[in-house]
Design a protein around this ligand. Sequence first.
Ligand code: CIR
Length: 261
Amino acid sequence: MPSLPLILVRPPSPRLAEGELTHLDRVPVDPGLARQQWEGYVAAFADRGWDVVELEAAPEHPDGVFVEDALIVVDRLAVLTSPGAPSRRGELTSTAAGLDRLVDAGVALDVAAISGAGRLDGGDVLEVADVLYVGRSTRTNDQGIAQLAALVKPYGRRVVAVPVSKVLHLKSAVTALPDGTVVGHPPLVDDPGTFGSFLAVPEEHGTAVVDLGDGAVLMSADAPQTAKLYASRGLEVVTVPITEFERLEGCVTCLSVRVRG
Ligand code: CIR
């Protein structure tokens, strides 16, 4: 019997409001509302039968809820990254411990890591079929990209580096629908021509989707026109409010890492 899809998540820190900001101005963040929105996000997966595994809480790391930046999973390869923001590197310890627990519990994963001067945030890595588009951003450097390319090659993936200058991460600007169409809000995308098939969406917060399986996508509740566009393509659209994370330059992709399924 196939295994259920599994995601790793981490509850938000009470210090979320102190998280890193690159392109946005700091505005107040409500930790209680953030917790409520995070629970709604997790429920969107659990309600569809996904396994949800929580990493150890890390209250000392304001950005620890954005778990996708510290860990990339491609096929059965799990890569612990080397986050570009020094304030975020401490998140790796509990992420690695969570990964070890999964492996001990029998989840088949080969574990590797970005090392030395390589820098890589998972938010810069977009998988579309056998291509990994990797953003060259303020968080991800050429050494990180080259290390990732070597690690994923045996798994049949090739890396295509793309410029990211208008937003924090590649996946703040573009993600992909289940059919492989790359979606993005053109003012945020450095070069839409990079991607084989590109669909322009009308709202900034509509660019991030998570494939929930069975023709459904999860996205922010803050992009109603884009939700209609996706529904018109035959997708089931599940929306969740994530305002408190969007205020910290987060989106739906960065709050989980899909490990299996
Ligand atoms: C940061 O700047 O690192 C956090 N405030 C936001 C990270 C969002 N992560 C993502 O889009 N993958």
